[in-house]
Design a protein around this ligand. Structure first.
Ligand code: PLP
Length: 361
């Protein structure tokens, strides 16, 4: 029961020269391709009117539920250009399934996974010249869904829309992978028990922005959040999951607590490590274990992972009254080798033995 997309090419696509200028230095999230996908949903008619059309502003009633009650979810995945010019995405059906999970929590309609994958295929097909080649560049895809019923009563909206936009992305680490510093937030939580932490929704990000500002003010790139009940156990960064490598070579990562977002990079890293015979344990991790382990040498490497940066080594963990690690340390060996293994699969430089890649164009 796949849906048909009506394709209306943009009347004003950027010229090749304009596109080349952008692709020479794309940055992250600032430039957008010529087209977008839009699909409407109403309670009465379900998903309908799927379009590929020119990228441009939405027309939205000021009374739209999303603007008042934050009924919104999103996804993030990438399209990678391989050496032969073909374009692939990494586990897109997992993003589609996660979006359904998020939709259930936010009382939004579930988009069929098949339609999700088809929507990114449609967009990448028409905007394939926007997929950079070389290095660690990619086309970042941002599917999202909003409640756009114009009604101020508080209940799940009966009208919603799904969109996909795309933005060329340069290598996350320009001039080589460097360890980042992480700020331990003790004042704020990202998510609580029974909350929306395991859903990918804008609201989680809105509440992380103030602690993120504090992280930056303290010279850190990202915030580390602890569990909201005891303020003891590591959850995740604002948008990345974390892993710790122990002295004996085994790896630990916070178990999914209900308030952690289950990253597809996290899942893939666990699989790749286990394929190598590395022991990976998902369990509660007291932040004091991390701090003490950094001091004693029981923790030998730490890294964060997510679609945007793939894998980032963590050099320093600091809080109001302590700082452990070394900002100038070399990235860890396991961190870098698992990073290479993952990116080699994504860019088609090594065998995709788990069938994680889907050809888009
Ligand atoms: C998206 C996201 C991640 C990473 O998920 P990936 O699927 O690996 O990109 C981790 N934490 C949060 C809060 C996120 O929103």
């Amino acid at each position: 029961m796949s849906i048909d997309f009506q394709v209306s090419p943009s009347a004003h696509p950027r010229s090749q020269a304009e596109r080349d200028a952008i692709l020479a230095n794309p940055g992250f999230g600032t430039h957008f391709t010529d087209h977008m996908v839009a699909i409407d949903w109403t309670q009465a008619d379900g998903w309908h009117d799927a379009q590929v059309r020119a990228y441009g502003p939405l027309s939205l009633s000021p009374a739209s539920a999303v603007l008042h009650y934050a009924q919104e979810i999103f996804e993030g995945l990438k399209a990678f250009r391989h050496a032969d010019g073909s374009i692939w995405s990494f586990r897109p059906e997992a993003n589609g399934a996660r979006m359904q999970h998020s939709a259930r929590r936010l009382a939004l309609p579930e988009l069929p996974v098949e339609t999700f994958v088809e929507s990114i295929r449609q967009l990448v097909s028409i905007d394939k010249d926007w997929v950079p080649s070389g290095g660690e560049a990619s086309l970042y895809l941002r599917p999202f869904m909003i409640a756009n019923e114009d009604f101020l009563g508080v209940r799940a909206a009966q009208r919603a829309a799904y969109y996909v936009i795309a933005s060329p992305a340069g290598a996350y680490f320009k001039g080589g992978v460097k360890p980042v510093s992480i700020w331990l937030s003790r004042d704020y939580s990202r998510a609580g028990k029974g909350g929306t932490g395991s859903a990918k929704c804008g609201g989680n990000y809105a509440s992380s922005l103030l602690p993120q500002q504090q992280a930056m003010a303290n010279g850190c790139a990202q915030v580390l959040f602890l569990d909201s009940q005891e303020g003891r156990y590591i959850e995740e960064l604002g948008g990345m999951n974390v892993f710790l490598v122990q002295r004996d070579g085994s790896v630990i990562t916070p178990e999914l607590s209900g308030s952690i977002l289950e990253g597809i990079t996290r899942l893939s890293v666990i699989q790749l490590l286990r394929d190598r015979g590395v022991s990976v344990t998902e369990r509660r991790i007291d932040v004091q274990e991390w701090i003490d382990g950094m001091r004693s040498g029981d923790i030998v490497e730490t890294f964060a992972c997510g679609t945007a940066a793939s894998i980032s080594p963590i050099g320093v963990l600091k809080g109001t009254d302590f700082s452990v690690g070394n900002a100038d340390a070399e990235p860890g060996e396991l961190t870098m080798s698992i990073r290479k293994e993952l990116t080699d699969i994504q860019y088609g430089r090594s065998e995709d033995r788990h069938g994680w890649l889907t050809k888009l164009a």
